[in-house]
Ligand binder design. Structure first.
Ligand SMILES: *Cc1c(COP(=O)(O)O)cnc(C)c1O
Length: 395
């Protein structure tokens, strides 16, 4: 340790499960002068941020805000505001983050009925139908849209419709999808949707965008007991984010600037165009990885995160160390049962670019050859280029 050296972090190519690369514009926003949390100028910035969040969530929900904390704080806020001790909740578990939602719900006193699927597979509509039938007192259903531990993309249309029709409340984890994969909150009829800033929004970690439907707000208003978290109690946060401006806790002012700038970048690009860019770069990367002989884990892959099997005999840690040291690239390791079994390559926000696709493919090609894997030199780039062209010709 050398405490008196100047701080000088390396500019990495961030291709893991988040954080993604943060654009200079967002970093400059962080460095803008700190205002007071009740300064009229700051209150205007808050209002603008909320409005932009509504656009990105594709919602008209009044109760749309940013929780102070990372994506996990968003998960806790979603759960703790809806759950009262003894409430029954169905939680879908097919990876680490579904498992985490179950744990969070239990900690806040919910009686959890887990609906499970093998890792790398999606949750089927029939499973939720059966669980609702078996547990008619269920108040809430929780599900992860983009399961970052397995790369599985969970379709929501039919499930959201079913939950809405049955009169239950639906919580959706959109941490790895908001700003990268379409998640139209109002159209789907989601009651609470939360995300994080450091994944597809390409902002540093520290805030959790969240939105509550009028039905969810109504349920919160009808609670018999106080929310068991003081910090995340939306009935109190609402007084600060609304025109009352009642102090609750000091907002992370400069992080709000950064989020506002990151959202501005999303809206300048256009939500639809941004989602299409993520899909395009995913197809290129997938073609390249498969040309290297690498196999995808999920049944329906996310376009924002690529979970692939590490080939037999390849040293996981050695490859990731070399990627970081010699190529400056960060990718993610496997989580939970996938530890040592999987690599997770993120293409999120600003990190989702053709240049990054080509860079990670050439680095992996080199390292796999060194690890003794039979790889055809140049095949990955060629396959990615073909995918690039064939996708481009479609638009
Ligand atoms: C990253 C992630 C989280 C947790 O977010 P943090 O910002 O790390 O707290 C929750 N859910 C999913 C699906 C994630 O990918």
């Amino acid at each position: 340790m050398q405490l008196n050296r100047p701080l000088n972090p390396t500019e990495r190519v961030l291709m893991g499960p988040g954080p993604s690369t943060v654009p200079q514009r967002v970093l400059r926003a962080l460095a803008a002068p700190t205002l007071g949390h009740l300064d009229p100028e700051y209150l205007t910035i808050m209002d603008e941020t909320r409005q932009m969040l509504r656009q990105v969530f594709q919602t008209n929900n009044e109760m749309t805000l940013a929780i102070s904390g990372t994506g996990s704080a968003g998960m806790e806020a979603a759960v703790c505001n809806l759950v009262e001790t003894g409430d029954e909740m169905i939680v879908c578990v097919n990876g680490v983050f579904g498992g985490r939602m179950k744990d969070v719900a239990q900690r806040f006193g919910a009686v959890v009925h887990a609906v499970e699927a093998p890792w790398g597979q999606g949750i089927e509509l029939e499973q939720i139908e059966a669980a609702l039938k078996a547990h008619p007192k269920t108040k809430i259903v929780g599900i992860v849209h983009a399961e970052t531990s397995t790369g599985e993309h969970q379709p929501l249309e039919a499930i959201a419709k079913l939950v809405r029709k049955s009169g239950r409340l639906l919580i959706v984890d959109a941490v790895t999808s908001l700003g990268g994969i379409d998640i139209p909150v109002d159209k789907l009829g989601i009651d609470v949707c939360y995300s994080g800033t450091q994944k597809c929004l390409s902002c540093p970690p520290g805030l959790a965008p969240i939105t509550f439907s009028p039905r969810a707000v109504d349920a919160i208003d009808r609670r018999q007991s106080k929310v068991t978290s003081w910090y995340l109690d939306v009935s109190m946060l609402r007084s600060y984010w609304s025109n009352e401006r009642v102090y609750h806790h000091t907002a992370p002012i400069n992080m709000t600037y950064a989020l506002r700038e990151a959202l501005q970048i999303v809206l300048e690009e256009g939500l639809e165009e941004r989602i299409a860019r993520h899909a395009h770069n995913y197809r290129m990367l997938r073609a390249g990885l498969e040309a290297l002989g690498l196999e995808y884990i999920p049944q329906h892959s996310l376009t924002t995160l690529n979970a692939i099997k590490i080939p037999a005999g390849v040293d996981d840690l050695a490859v990731r160390k070399r990627l970081l040291k010699d190529f400056n690239i960060e990718i993610g390791a496997g989580l939970g049962p996938f530890k040592g079994q999987a690599w997770r390559i993120g293409l999120m926000g600003a990190s989702s670019s053709q240049a990054n696709v080509m860079l990670v493919l050439s680095a992996l090609e080199q390292l796999l050859v060194e690890q003794g894997v039979a790889v055809e030199r140049g095949a990955a780039q060629a396959a990615a280029a073909v995918a690039n062209k064939s996708v481009a010709s479609l638009v």
